[in-house]
Write a new protein. Structure first.
Length: 215
């Protein structure tokens, strides 16, 4: 997963797949699934067919660009392998998004709502496992005024964030098995766990550090 060529290779396959099925796609393809698992957004196929590949291409480019332009490049170098792994995970996520959305548009028996939740769940668990290893930088991680100001707060917040992302991923996996109403509620709770808790904790940790108390 840390292979530097994985993201470019997956991206090329995504472009090839989109081009291969393009002429068989309907005029509009899915672009968004709501919390109830229903498709509620559509794009013309000229854009929608290639959007996941475009995003994946941009992410693959970041693997090579960020270490050169980040003001904290020395920190990026310290977790270069994990940085590559995390971006590879994101590229693979968009590959799954492309296959499921275009497959749905082609009439494949895809439950797009459940497939989306499962793929996001796996992404969250993967990110959560490696988030504590991310060092302070300007492009990836939980970047609040308090984590960017203090390396100790950054590390403490990312330890907490790693746990909340894994917990949210597991909750999303459970949500994928539930009926639509319960699925939407648990999805909202999961996102709150992943996002809100680390944000609040970063401020609390900063205040504790300023007061000279252990984090």
């Amino acid at each position: 997963m840390r292979n530097r060529w994985l993201a470019p290779a997956v991206t090329l396959v995504m472009w090839a797949f989109a081009l291969a099925v393009f002429t068989r796609l309907p005029a509009m393809v899915p672009s968004h699934v709501n919390l109830a698992g229903e498709v509620d957004g559509w794009l013309p196929r000229a854009y929608g067919a290639f959007l996941p590949a475009i995003i994946a291409t941009a992410m693959a480019g970041l693997i090579h660009l960020v270490p050169r332009i980040d003001p904290r490049a020395a920190n990026v170098e310290k977790f270069q392998g994990d940085w590559r792994l995390l971006l590879n995970l994101v590229v693979l996520f968009f590959a799954v998004v492309e296959v499921t959305t275009l497959g749905y548009a082609l009439g494949w028996p895809v439950d797009l709502g459940r497939a989306s939740l499962v793929s996001v769940a796996l992404l969250f668990v993967g990110i959560g496992n490696y988030l504590p290893r991310v060092r302070s930088n300007w492009f990836m991680g939980i970047r609040t005024p308090w984590t960017m100001d203090n390396e100790r707060v950054w590390r403490a917040t990312h330890r907490v964030g790693g746990r909340t992302f894994v917990a949210a991923g597991l909750m999303l996996g459970v949500a994928a098995l539930l009926p639509e109403g319960a699925r939407a509620a648990l999805t909202l709770v999961s996102v709150g766990v992943a996002v809100v808790i680390p944000l609040v904790y970063s401020y609390v940790a900063w205040r504790r550090d300023m007061a000279g108390r252990p984090l």
